[in-house]
Design a protein around this ligand. Structure first.
Ligand code: ZN
Ligand code: ZN
Length: 381
């Protein structure tokens, strides 16, 4: 079985601290990429020749024939000024690993090292994906477009979870993290004198009606077993007290845990915008910006995830879903996969300037993903 020795944990911890001191934003992870390539080379793990902006893809070829599966870590940081008291604070002003991607990176590197050491046991191959630009929801898409998932039969990943203790792994089939989409709507009318409204077509009235009526899409048009949040977060129109403006612009976001719900909502919102505008003699333009799908875990892997955690002495717990998004969802559009929470017992939530985590979790995560890869390849025979 796979064991992260004290020496390896020390080494991975030092590497995590190094990355923490040198954070880089999405698609700017040039130094992180160089470091990862040199660390992989030191261990004799081959890198695949994908033409990526930043990020690295390596592959461990098992001594036995079999399918290829993937483990994914994200490597980018955030534009946040660090406020922790750790000795390895960010050396880059206004940039911080405040989402713990430094932890993901070294944990998956650790899993790769363990798998490489025991590759004679592997019944297939494990592709190791160090993905850039998760925080801007561009990295996974970029890698998929470059063919990184070609030949991959299943993909696994994690996010650290500050509210779970070290040694626990949060597991949930189906929707784990919400889709994140954006929209804007422009209601067009005819501007005019506020005292002579019958000569104008008032877009403020259209927009006002829409803001309240749009909530009925969730309560009246969607399946009882689906759920969603529709939030209108910006409304702009008019610039004085005695003039009816000619347009009003709304913006907002929709979150849901079911792709089926995500598919129907924009059509219903568009229809309601157009018919509301039409009812007042105006028109509406609806624009939907599909940003990030649902992190949707394939239930077929739940059992092997839970038994792997327990087999190596850790605890699988039921995961609470999160309304935050994760671009791991893009891989799951093409390849079945499973995303878990890794307990890190941190003091603060993701993206907080005082975000921190317990580094012992590196051992748990590296051992878990190595064992999971071995077990999945064994089962896929
Ligand atoms: Zn984040
Ligand atoms: Zn993150």
């Amino acid at each position: 079985m796979f064991q992260v020795s004290d020496e390896l944990l020390q080494e991975l911890t030092e590497k995590r601290r190094y990355l923490h001191e040198h954070p880089e934003l999405g698609f700017e992870e040039v130094h992180t990429t160089e470091m990862l390539k040199s660390w992989l080379a030191e261990k004799g793990i081959p890198v695949l020749p994908f033409a990526l902006k930043t990020g690295v893809v390596a592959e461990i070829k098992g001594n036995q024939e079999g399918p290829t599966i993937a483990l994914r870590a994200d490597i980018d940081a955030l534009p946040i000024k660090e406020e922790t008291e750790v000795s390895f604070q960010s050396k880059k002003e206004g940039c911080m690993h405040a989402c713990g991607h430094d932890f993901h990176t070294v944990s998956i590197l650790g899993a790769a090292i363990l798998l490489h050491e025991q590759k004679e046991q592997l019944k297939g191959n494990v592709r190791i994906i160090f993905q850039p630009a998760e925080e801007i929801a561009q990295g996974a898409k970029h890698l998929v477009e470059n063919g990184v998932l070609e030949g991959v039969q299943a993909i696994f990943g994690m996010h650290n979870k500050p509210d779970l203790p070290v040694g626990t792994i949060g597991v949930k089939s189906e929707g784990l993290m919400a889709s994140v989409d954006k929209f804007d709507i422009t209601f067009h009318g005819v501007g005019g004198h506020a005292g002579i409204p019958h000569n104008a077509i008032d877009p403020i009235v259209m927009a006002s009606q829409y803001v309240t009526a749009v909530q009925s899409i969730v309560s009246r048009r969607m399946d009882l077993f689906h759920n969603a949040v529709v939030s209108i977060t910006s409304i702009h129109g008019g610039n004085t007290w005695n003039v009816i403006p000619d347009k009003v612009v709304l913006q907002g976001t929709v979150r849901t845990f079911q792709e089926e719900a995500r598919e129907v909502i924009p059509g219903l919102m568009k229809q309601m915008a157009e018919s509301t505008a039409q009812g007042y003699g105006g028109t509406a333009q609806f624009h939907w910006d599909a940003y990030m799908p649902v992190v949707y875990n394939d239930a077929a892997f739940e059992k092997i995830i839970r038994t792997t955690a327990e087999e190596i002495g850790y605890m699988a717990v039921d995961a609470e879903p999160s309304a935050a998004g994760e671009d791991f969802a893009f891989y799951q559009k093409f390849t079945p996969g499973f995303f878990v929470w890794m307990g890190v017992d941190g003091p603060r939530e993701w993206h907080h300037p005082k975000f921190d985590l317990k580094e012992e979790a590196i051992k748990v995560a590296a051992e878990f993903f190595a064992a999971l890869a071995l077990n999945v390849l064994e089962q896929q025979q």
